[in-house]
Design a protein around this ligand. Structure first.
Ligand SMILES: [Fe+2]
Ligand SMILES: [Fe+2]
Length: 317
């Protein structure tokens, strides 16, 4: 029997009921193992982090590596949190116009609930880190409050935007968790919780976009197909590229920033690999055409689509 969109949402909703996390019940913030010590060498960025393996960073004194390491982790967490705030507000805008009996209403609300817990968990981590981090760029923080309106006006574009935020963070967190380096247990706990719930959120965005794709009007599809790579690249940069203020606070030299985002061939590969799953989805939802492919290529996020969701990219460029 083939599953309908409603069936899949029901499965996701049931999973949310039976497996979910609470920022304060499931993390013992006062546990001595979770205390953040600014001399703890486990804050040195792992090799799975592009900055962590850059020669400039590796050449710094351990104290500096730790200082930058805590700041970087706290700032990425803060951007994730700001992104989730937009998502929660957008989900409410979207749910607000759904009819009685809608399966989407229930799942969207489960997701918003989970994201609320994530924002609490992330903020608590930032507070514990002792870093007064700004999160995203000034531009992102300025336009952030109006982005949820997109969920009402162009929900299709909005849910692609959701993936633009969720995929890079999820991809990065999974790479770090898979890595061999020793990491601080508090950060590990947060990432494990996040990755577990994110799988459902990303699943929902994929299901929604696949369900709606055939219902798009021709010219809407063409416009969206060109907007999708732009949304992907913009939001990915907001999350991964340190803002001007963050660069100043960390003392990152200009050349290092250029190398990492995204001049060096190795960095280009990191960037391309982030979007394998989204390229697969773009193929499946009719978002790939000769014009949009050029946009993907111009923005340097083209490449082979994943064969299945969560496929780990090969080491070969
Ligand atoms: Fe989240
Ligand atoms: Fe999420």
């Amino acid at each position: 029997m083939t599953q309908t969109f409603e069936d899949r949402l029901h499965t996701l909703s049931e999973a949310s009921v039976h497996q979910h996390f609470d920022a304060f019940l499931d993390i013992d913030w006062d546990h001595p193992d979770f205390a953040v010590d600014p001399r703890d060498e486990r804050w040195v960025l792992p090799l799975s982090d592009p900055l962590g393996r850059h020669p400039w960073y590796r050449g710094l004194s351990q104290d500096e590596q730790i200082r930058i390491g805590i700041y970087r982790q706290a700032n990425v967490t803060k951007v994730g949190l700001q992104f989730e705030q937009i998502l929660i507000a957008g989900l409410m805008m979207y749910a607000n116009k759904l009819p009685n009996g809608s399966a989407e209403f229930r799942y969207a609300t489960h997701e918003a609930t989970e994201e609320c817990h994530h924002t609490q968990m992330f903020q608590e981590f930032v507070n514990c880190s002792g870093q007064d981090v700004p999160g995203g760029s000034r531009f992102f923080r300025t336009v952030g409050p109006v982005l949820p309106l997109a969920a009402r006006v162009v929900p299709y574009g909005f849910f692609y935007g959701v993936l633009a935020g969720e995929e890079p963070i999820d991809h990065m967190q999974k790479a770090i968790l898979r890595g061999s380096g020793e990491m601080h247990p508090l950060l590990r706990r947060i990432m494990q919780i996040h990755v577990a719930e994110e799988a459902r959120h990303i699943g929902f965005a994929h299901e929604y976009l696949k369900d709606r794709a055939p219902k798009l009007r021709r010219h809407d599809r063409l416009l969206l197909s060109m907007a999708v790579p732009v949304i992907m690249r913009w939001l990915c940069d907001e999350i991964l590229v340190p803002s001007a203020r963050a660069r100043r606070d960390m003392g990152l030299p200009k050349q290092v920033v250029k190398d990492l985002y995204w001049d060096r061939p190795e960095s280009r590969k990191v960037l391309r690999d982030l979007f394998g799953d989204v390229r697969m989805l773009a193929e499946e939802t009719g978002m790939m055409n000769p014009v949009s492919r050029r946009v993907w290529r111009l923005l340097k996020i083209d490449g082979r689509p994943s064969r299945h969701r969560g496929e780990v990219a090969s080491a070969a460029a």
